[in-house]
Design a protein around this ligand. Structure first.
Ligand SMILES: Cc1cc2nc3c(=O)[nH]c(=O)nc-3n(C[C@H](O)[C@H](O)[C@H](O)COP(=O)(O)OP(=O)(O)OC[C@H]3O[C@@H](n4cnc5c(N)ncnc54)[C@H](O)[C@@H]3O)c2cc1C
Length: 488
């Protein structure tokens, strides 16, 4: 198998996976409620063929075959540039409204593979060899992966792995000749029911004594004992002109329960080794993974700027000062994001201490994860300010086809400057589906939390800066100027 088509992707979902929607154990591949979203995800696989010149690259290990550019293990500046072009084009499929297209976890996995030096800390080469082999399986099957990396901490007054939380979250409960047996919950798994594999890997460090929780592995979503509990589905069976996003792009979040799941040894990449576990996330996430998330955010902000400009033109208000200020605000977020991506890629370097380089962007790029949630929420706020009630005066495409209603709408609901009523309605419906529909609200929550909370991001940035010894300017200034008269 090489890069898959949408039809091949859909065929792969027809297995024995245990997926629950409400109180029903459903068959994902044929459930009509999921049809629009699964077709939407299939469209992503077709898109990589449509834009094969950027989305697909030669597979270095299989002459004549291609793979997604997101699988590149970056060793050089050129690798990063090629990957950038692929990721940008893949994001344009949904203009960033799909956050968890498979390229996301592909980039994460490629980052792990690039950091052999960290996996080598296990002192046994078998763990890295398994990881490397697993990446080949994903490439050659063009598998789609979800990931779930956050401990299911229910009681926030206790530590993440303390009190009741220690019994609820995922951990090893047994080992046997075949592999490890794991039990507990993890959250969330966006794309969970629509993925082929679930990759569990380190997020935040765990303390000494918590080795049972220090796991990295992957298993097929259809593995016995793996239960995927979906949130309400926000995808709708509607004309694409009425719901351009909700009709195709609900990537479906899920809570995942591992009810004594056996993970075969060949899929266990870290089993309680804190030297490896605690080093992986800081080594891969702020630099390597950040390239994918920031490119997606950049593409989404491009779309958001254009969308807001378009809806302002509907009422001929784009040049009004209060509206121009808001449009400029979004454009500023876009420019800052573009600049940060370009700068981080230009300042990329070898992050590995091993024989093969891991050529990652500069980790400063991850600063965007702290401010981007606020920017994305502000974009939705601006859509509501500019669109106002017009976001709701939006007849359906079918209403225009009704001869009586269509005539009335064309007469009473046109846009300004001769804009046709159909165009006005389509633009406003697109804006509402982006920011205000059930799916739009879920996407806003996604932007707030999908890469950890902004609060944790700010706190981590401060602690890393202190660990690196940043600071000293205040004392230097006071001493240089002669103001420092503190005894001792
Ligand atoms: C739609 C959606 C999809 C997701 N998909 C996935 C997925 O596929 N895979 C996955 O693994 N995860 C996923 N996540 C992320 C994950 O599940 C968590 O939601 C996320 O990490 C936030 O967790 P939390 O509530 O524990 O946040 P916290 O970090 O506890 O933050 C909660 C609030 O507290 C604030 N806060 C936190 N720490 C501090 C502090 N020290 N001081 C002051 N304020 C603080 C934060 O700013 C925030 O407002 C997803 C999340 C969402 C919403």
């Amino acid at each position: 198998m090489t890069a898959r088509t949408g039809e091949q992707y859909k065929a792969g979902l027809d297995d024995a996976r245990e997926v629950w929607l409400g109180d029903e154990n459903i068959h994902v591949a044929s459930d009509p409620r999921f049809a629009g979203s699964i077709n939407g995800m299939a469209g992503y696989f077709d898109w990589q063929h449509k834009y094969a010149d950027t989305c697909l690259v030669p597979d270095p290990e299989r002459p004549g075959e291609v793979m997604s550019a997101s699988h590149i293990v970056p060793r050089t500046a050129e690798d990063l540039q090629i990957r950038h072009k692929g990721l940008e084009q893949l994001s344009r499929y949904s203009y960033g409204m799909l956050g968890r297209t498979p390229d996301y976890v592909n980039v994460v996995l490629a980052g792990h593979v690039a950091r052999k030096d960290i996996y080598d800390r296990a002192g046994d080469p078998v763990f890295y060899e398994r990881l490397r082999k697993f990446q080949r399986e994903v490439i050659e099957g063009d598998l789609s992966m979800t990931h779930t990396i956050i401990h299911a901490a229910i009681d926030k007054s206790a530590g993440e792995l303390a009190g009741m939380n220690s019994d609820l979250t995922l951990r090893v409960v047994d080992r046997n000749a075949n592999g490890i047996v794991v039990r507990g919950g993890k959250l969330l798994a966006t794309l969970g029911p629509f993925a082929d594999e679930i990759f569990v890997y380190p997020s935040a460090p765990v303390p000494s004594g918590a080795e049972a929780y220090a796991l990295c592995f992957s298993v097929p979503v259809g593995t016995k004992g793996l239960i995927t509990l979906c949130r309400d589905h926000y995808g709708v069976d509607a004309d694409i002109a009425d719901k351009p996003f909700s009709s195709r792009f609900d990537e479906q979040d899920a809570f995942v329960i591992f009810d004594d799941v056996e993970i075969p040894w060949e899929r266990v990449f870290c089993d309680g080794n804190l030297d490896v576990y605690n080093a992986i996330s800081p080594a891969v996430s702020p630099s390597n993974t950040a390239q994918q998330i920031c490119i997606r955010a950049m593409v989404k902000l491009e779309f958001a700027y254009d969308l807001c400009t378009e809806i302002a033109k509907v009422t001929n208000s784009d040049k009004r000062p209060e509206v121009a200020v808001m449009l400029g605000e979004i454009h500023t977020y876009l420019s800052l994001t573009r600049a940060a991506v370009v700068a981080a890629e230009a300042r990329a370097s070898n992050h590995s201490t091993g024989d093969e380089p891991a050529w990652f962007p500069h980790p400063d790029l991850s600063a965007l994860r702290c401010v981007m949630p606020g920017w994305m929420m502000r974009v939705n706020d601006i859509i509501k300010h500019i669109g106002s009630h017009n976001l709701l005066a939006t007849p359906t495409a079918a209403a225009f086809e009704n001869s009586h209603m269509g005539d009335l709408l064309r007469r009473y609901l046109p846009g300004a400057n001769g804009m046709k009523a159909e165009e006005r309605s389509l633009l406003m419906r697109t804006a509402w589906d982006f920011a205000g529909s059930a799916l739009g609200s879920r996407v806003e929550l996604y932007e707030m939390y999908y890469f950890g909370s902004a609060g944790r991001g700010f706190m981590t940035d401060h602690m890393v800066a202190q660990m690196k010894g940043e600071g000293g300017q205040v004392r230097e200034f006071l001493k240089e100027s002669g103001a420092w008269r503190v005894p001792g």
